[in-house]
Design a protein around this ligand. Structure first.
Ligand code: URA
Length: 235
């Protein structure tokens, strides 16, 4: 059960004060009857709340995939740079945050949600969620380099990196799959084999694949199937 004004705010009907005005104006019904009191308790799973005659289906959590462009930081707030949350401001959800971070110059898949539990699960170092990156490099990448990454490599942490897998695309580009998320991990791994990343894009995270029809900076809601797969930890 939750307060009707909270319910309506969470459904992005408006701010707390706008919602109060709408209630006074008689725009809201619960189970078909007009309700004007903001403190009225509703059962989000049973009651039918409608705004201007349209039913509002309660969704506590929302999930978006963003094709992060370069030049934007993976944060909810920043004093200097544009943030990924600003890119999603038209959704109306003010509590979205990025699940993990991509560097300012990295592009690609970033999951944005307000579901802390799922985010925690996907980011937990214990869960070893697979992340696939498309990487372009300064110098040719060799089979020997791939072997060293498969064995685990020293990037200046207490332990070597966990085994990573590499698919060679061209001399200077690869797909790299890692199961950790250390700061600048891909760049540091490439530096450790004497190379340098010139372009980096995340392609997938767990079961979630970047929708390649999304332009840079575009986003879309996850499908029910994508959400289910992520939650089932088919990672
Ligand atoms: N590894 C990096 O070096 N940068 C990223 O943005 C993501 C992974």
């Amino acid at each position: 059960m939750l307060r009707l004004d909270k319910f309506l705010c969470e459904m992005n009907i408006g701010s707390r004060s706008q919602v109060k005005t709408y209630l006074k104006q008689g725009f809201v019904t619960v189970n078909g009857k007009p309700v004007t009191k903001p403190e009225t308790k509703v059962d989000e799973n049973k009651d039918t709340v409608a705004f201007k005659g349209k039913p509002c289906v309660y969704r506590r959590y929302v999930y978006y995939m963003l094709n992060k462009p370069q030049g934007v930081v993976s944060a909810t707030q920043d004093n200097e740079c544009a943030t990924v949350t600003e890119l999603l401001k038209d959704t109306g959800y003010k509590d979205l945050f990025p699940v993990g971070r991509l560097d300012k110059d990295t592009e690609g898949l970033l999951l944005m949600t307000n579901d802390g539990e799922l985010a925690h699960d996907l980011l937990s170092p214990k869960k070893h969620v697979k992340k696939v990156y498309y990487v372009e490099l300064d110098k040719p990448f060799t089979h020997q380099d791939a072997f060293r990454l498969k064995e685990g490599i020293d990037i200046g942490e207490c332990k070597k990196t966990l085994p990573a897998s590499v698919e060679l695309i061209t001399e200077n580009s690869i797909y790299l799959t890692i199961t950790e998320g250390k700061f600048h991990q891909v760049k540091r791994m490439m530096n450790a084999v004497g190379n340098h990343v010139t372009y980096l894009k995340r392609i997938s995270m767990g079961s979630l694949q970047l929708d390649e029809t999304l332009g840079k900076g575009d986003y879309r809601e996850l499908t029910e199937e994508e959400i289910e797969n992520l939650k089932q930890r088919e990672l």
